[in-house]
Design a protein around this ligand. Structure first.
Ligand code: HAM
Length: 414
């Protein structure tokens, strides 16, 4: 009788929360000029194995389909997005600002904040390599969190630069083949004992710890922070080089959103991936796997999951208190008036009101009970007065009642 481990049923009260969160994502994305898209939930396995890195590939829900194709449920949106952009990018003026709300699947160990499916608000900007795009995408993330009621006291965006670490690795003669491994070690440094990280980093350990502990100057990050400060959002941002992100395709600025109390896992994560669209669209590669053709399109984006966010909003009591199914309930005083009640029901619904009535004959007391259960704030009682175009409107909270002309009813209820 239970769903699979790590999967959720959305009963109406859960769905109401999901709807509230998704609506906020959509409203704020629209304020920023982002347009919505979607792609298939099932993709060729190859789209992931080549681009996302080992960590996520180990978590794929992949299988061989009936046509002998190796396929996988999407574990994130970025590879699909990169593929879609690569195919039709010429048709869209840059910078492109697109968002999506896919359900994604990862075979992870279910734990607090991590399930095997989640919905992810993905927003990306394509075709702008300057810091203006970095700041714009981070501002969107902050404003989405603000619109849900979170403040700079609740959340922080930790801003970093993978290019800084790439330069560091080059300066220390670390071969490119080892970079991803080092990024993974730095990414996990905060959650693992130092000795374990030191072991992974080998001779680099001391220098890396020096940077993690004492920071380093970075002009690009300062510029982004200044842009966000000019928007009044500077308090949400902290430059923090310990963030490198687990995914393989990031090339520059990276960031993650956390709650300040440190109780929860990452709320959101993103960064620049200036090579990914080229890698996805290339047909020729050199011996080291570098693309020799394909479209070069600088890109940056983030993913904000619904699971940790939902836990945080719940803990901070920022979720809508009660969900309601109807605002108005029509009470049929006597079955002889049902036809008039149905006509009124239809008129009110057509006018855009959320209206319900008992589908079967019921005592008036039972109808009032159902009205309250549905969350209605007003009951409209249809009785003998309907013959003269009058109904009683009862305020279910104050119990006050008044007679209203049918002709005025829609305006009164609205
Ligand atoms: P990600 O960091 O793997 O990035 O995921 C983004 C967010 O999705 C996380 O911060 C977390 O809130 C949520 N999330 C990830 N895994 C789970 C899980 N198992 N259960 C619940 N929530 C989860 C990406 O996916 C990138 N594709 C984001 C991106 C878009 N980068 C550029 N554009």
């Amino acid at each position: 009788m239970q769903p699979l481990t790590g999967f959720r049923d959305f009963y109406p009260e859960d769905y109401a929360i999901r709807h509230h969160v998704f609506s906020t994502w959509r409203v704020v994305a629209a304020r920023y000029g982002f347009v919505e898209y979607d792609g298939p939930p099932l993709e060729p396995l190859e789209l992931y194995t080549k681009k996302s890195g080992d960590e996520i590939v180990g978590q794929l829900y992949n299988f061989i389909d009936k046509g002998e194709r190796a396929v996988t449920l999407r574990a994130e949106m970025t590879p699909t997005f990169a593929r879609m952009v690569a195919v039709r990018h010429r048709e869209f003026r840059k910078p492109m600002k697109w968002f999506s709300i896919p359900q994604v699947f990862r075979y992870e160990r279910p734990q607090k904040g991590r399930l095997r499916e989640h919905f992810q608000f993905n927003a990306d900007i394509v075709g702008e390599s300057g810091t203006g795009a970095d700041a714009e995408i981070i501002a969107l993330l902050i404003d989405v969190l603000r619109a849900l009621g979170l403040t700079a006291q609740d959340v922080v965006i930790r801003l970093s630069d993978r290019q800084f670490w790439i330069d560091f690795l080059k300066a220390n003669d670390v071969p490119e083949a080892r970079w991803y491994e080092v990024f993974q070690a730095i990414d996990k440094a905060e959650r693992e004992p130092r000795e374990k990280t030191a072991e992974k980093l080998g001779s680099l350990a001391e220098k890396v710890f020096q940077i993690l502990d004492h920071g380093s100057t970075n002009e690009r990050l300062d510029t982004i922070k200044a842009d966000l400060t000019a928007r009044g959002l500077g308090d949400f941002v902290k430059i923090d080089l310990s963030i490198v992100r687990g995914l393989a395709y990031y090339t520059g600025v990276v960031f993650e959103a956390f709650d300040r109390s440190g109780q929860f896992r990452a709320i959101a994560g993103g960064g620049r991936y200036d090579d990914l669209i080229q890698k996805v669209s290339a047909t020729k590669f050199d011996d080291a796997g570098k693309p020799l053709d394909g479209i070069e399109l600088a890109s940056i984006g983030f993913g904000l999951g619904d699971v940790v966010l939902g836990e945080m909003l719940k803990a901070k009591q920022l979720l809508p208190a009660k969900y309601t199914a109807s605002d108005v309930f029509i009470v049929v005083a006597d079955e002889g008036f049902r036809k008039q009640a149905l006509a009124l029901l239809q008129d009110l619904r057509t006018a855009g009101l959320r209206v319900d009535l008992s589908l079967a004959p019921a005592k008036m007391g039972k109808q009032f009970e159902l009205a309250e259960e549905r969350g209605a704030t007003k009951a409209v009682v249809v009785d003998g007065k309907i013959a003269s175009g009058v109904v009683a409107v009862k305020n279910l909270a104050t119990r006050e009642q008044s007679d209203e002309m049918i002709g005025d009813l829609i305006a009164k209820l609205k």
